[in-house]
Design a protein around this ligand. Structure first.
Ligand code: ADP
Ligand code: AMP
Length: 211
């Protein structure tokens, strides 16, 4: 299974990617997580990316394309992948298409998680990540267990979230008609509770219901 999850920040891509991993065993490849790991590790790439991320801007295409190209060559991705947060621009989508076509492994589907703008800021602003497990929680909708060591992403502050939403609208939304024209796009209503969205995502991917 080779799929992309696309949607604005806070739509639930990471949450749904984890559900697909559980069901299918294919790895989640999140460029946001990879960049945050690089930033934590203090690599040159991580430091270069940090300025863009903290401002809610997209990291330059060649940086993320290089990361994804390398990551897709790892053994675990030979059975497939769930790309979460990549591609986010037309050049990224073109680069992905070129590298998958070189390998003879085309995409199976692009799942668009649709959430109205007014819900997105609330989803991001109340998101908390457990530092030890990497698990993402929501203070209202998926409260963390007692004892979790919670972190609030610097770019999950309301003003930065607005910047990220603007970047999505300016750069990423253009991918939707592109994938639609290729017959790959599957739309899912992401405004519902996590389990309902999960059932729908698994259904459109043909990997069964969530129950
Ligand atoms: P993305 O990866 O698209 O940025 P996440 O999966 O991290 O989004 O979800 C953003 C926040 O919203 C998290 O705090 C998550 O727990 C919460 N969330 C995700 N899906 C839903 C949903 N269907 N209903 C309510 N909250 C959700
Ligand atoms: P995310 O975790 O997907 O919300 O991404 C967090 C931040 O990482 C984004 O706001 C961007 O600054 C950067 N980023 C992640 N993926 C990409 C991508 N495919 N292209 C450009 N920037 C990205």
């Amino acid at each position: 299974m080779r799929i992309i999850l696309v949607g604005p920040p806070g739509a639930g891509k990471g949450t749904q990617a984890k559900a697909i991993v559980e069901r299918t065993g294919v790895p989640q490849i999140s460029t946001g997580d990879m960049l945050r790991d690089a930033r934590k590790a203090g690599t040159e790439l991580g430091e270069r990316a940090a300025g863009f991320m903290n401002a809610g801007k997209l990291v330059p295409d060649e940086v993320v394309i290089g990361l994804v190209d390398e990551r897709l060559q790892r053994d675990d991705a030979s059975i497939g992948f769930i790309l979460d947060g990549f591609p986010r621009t037309v050049p990224q989508a073109e680069a992905l298409e070129a590298l998958l076509s070189r390998r003879g492994t085309p995409l199976d589907a692009v799942v668009q998680i649709d959430v109205p703008r007014e819900m997105l800021v609330e989803r991001a602003v109340f998101r908390r990540i457990d530092k030890r497990t990497g698990q993402s929680y929501h203070l209202k909708y998926s409260p963390p267990p007692p004892g979790a060591e919670l972190e609030h992403r610097a770019d999950d502050q309301a003003e930065i979230v607005e910047q990220r939403l603007a970047a999505y609208e300016a750069m990423t939304a253009a991918l939707l008609p592109w994938y639609q024209a290729k017959g790959l796009l599957r739309r899912v209503d992401g405004a519902r509770p996590v389990d309902e969205v999960k059932a729908e995502v698994l259904k459109v991917l043909g990997v069964g219901s969530a129950t």
